[in-house]
Design a protein around this ligand. Structure first.
Ligand SMILES: *[C@@H]1O[C@H](CO)[C@@H](O)[C@H](O)[C@H]1NC(C)=O
Length: 364
């Protein structure tokens, strides 16, 4: 009896070890280095290199000759910054990766797909120069063209082969809800599949809604997993920002209520209708009783309103719940998009990086 029990226990321990602790990937947006972001400007030196398992320096481009294009060369040559250099050289227990593509930078990935050998050589050289541990290729959203799918898989094959001797990490970001990807072939080539599970609603909608409800994220992630993404490689993205609206009628505050457009801009982020978690925390600190927090329990999302301002955003509570979901579902981890929108300098909270810390708490 004792022996049988012992065997079962040991088996459980072994199974437990098969489920590795979920990863935590932290994006950094290099343009946040600039002082124009005020107290929201963040240098690579302000990063906590024990916080994440991987960090991704976004975003770099591709030239028409299929070579890696450092998107902000001034940040590298200036004596104050050399951010990407520090990204690779000042790392702690985390792995530092280069992000390529994303936003408008994704457009030129077609050059890379058409010239995989040139691009791979160029990327390998850059990873060596900056002492990086791998790369994440982000070909997503508006610039995705289905006719490049086969070329993209070929490109990933080239990269995988070139990365293997250095044990570099290869990741890809692809959109959450776009059908037509050859998910299985992509999954075979990469270590990390980062799903863009955010921006489900934003001020482009005329009704207020959840930007990253857990139920919407589950639908996206399940679609990928059912179509060939390996669970352990699949990374859920949790945005460190939310979307804002100005309500049409201040008595109608439920999700789905009409809005006139984006809400009031915060001091740090540039895009209309986008608000960093750090910006929301500052608002709550400045006016602790003015804001109402509500939870949409069925969908797993929180929202805040005050007067005609309505914000759908992650907070420490939703972030912790997402950590717990990812862990229990056996997924690969969470990517925080982006770390510069978290309260990285503790302006409005007692701990630095409260959102990212909450995700880690959810893993525990
Ligand atoms: C695309 O390539 C062109 C030509 O090399 C370059 O001038 C441009 O900056 C690139 N754009 C992006 C977003 O990488």
């Amino acid at each position: 009896m004792m022996k049988a029990c012992l065997a079962v226990c040991m088996l459980l321990v072994c199974l437990g070890q098969l489920h590795a602790e979920p990863k935590i990937l932290c994006y950094y947006e290099s343009w946040f280095a600039y002082p124009s972001h005020g107290a929201g400007a963040m240098q690579v030196k302000q990063f906590d290199n024990t916080l994440c398992t991987h960090r991704i320096y976004g975003y770099n481009g591709v030239s028409s000759s299929a070579e890696v294009l450092i998107s902000d060369p001034w940040l590298e040559t200036s004596t104050t910054y050399h951010q990407l250099y520090d990204w690779g050289h000042d790392k702690g227990s985390d792995l530092s990766l280069m992000g390529i593509g994303g936003f408008n930078f994704a457009l030129n990935l077609t050059y890379a797909a058409q010239n995989p050998t040139i691009f791979t050589t160029s990327l390998v050289n850059h990873l060596k120069t900056y002492a990086l541990d791998g790369a994440v290729i982000e070909w997503s959203s508006n610039h995705w063209k289905y006719e490049y799918m086969a070329d993209y898989v070929t490109l990933l094959k080239h990269l995988k082969e070139a990365f293997a001797p250095n044990k570099w990490v290869l990741g890809t970001v692809l959109a959450a809800d776009q059908p037509g990807y050859d998910i299985k072939s992509v999954a075979e080539q990469v270590d990390l599949i980062i799903i863009q599970s955010f921006d489900y609603h934003g001020s482009w909608n005329t009704e207020v809604g959840h930007s990253s409800a857990i139920e919407d994220q589950k639908i996206s992630v399940n679609r990928w997993v059912e179509n060939g993404a390996t669970k352990e490689k699949t990374i859920v993205t949790v945005p460190a920002y939310g979307h804002t609206w100005t309500l049409t009628d201040t008595t109608k505050t439920d999700p789905g209520s009409p809005a006139k457009g984006a809400g009031t801009k915060g001091p740090f982020t540039d895009s209309p209708g986008k608000l960093g978690v750090n910006e929301l925390m500052l608002r709550l600190k400045d006016d602790p009783t003015g804001w109402t927090r509500k939870e949409d329990g069925a969908l797993g999302a929180a929202y805040y309103y005050k007067g005609d301002q309505w914000v759908s955003i992650e907070d420490t509570k939703t972030a912790e719940a997402k950590g717990a979901w990812v862990k229990s579902a056996g997924l690969g981890g969470i990517a925080v998009q982006a770390i510069n929108n978290d309260d990285f300098n503790g302006l409005a909270s007692t701990t630095k990086f409260p959102l990212t810390q909450a995700i880690k708490k959810g893993y525990a």
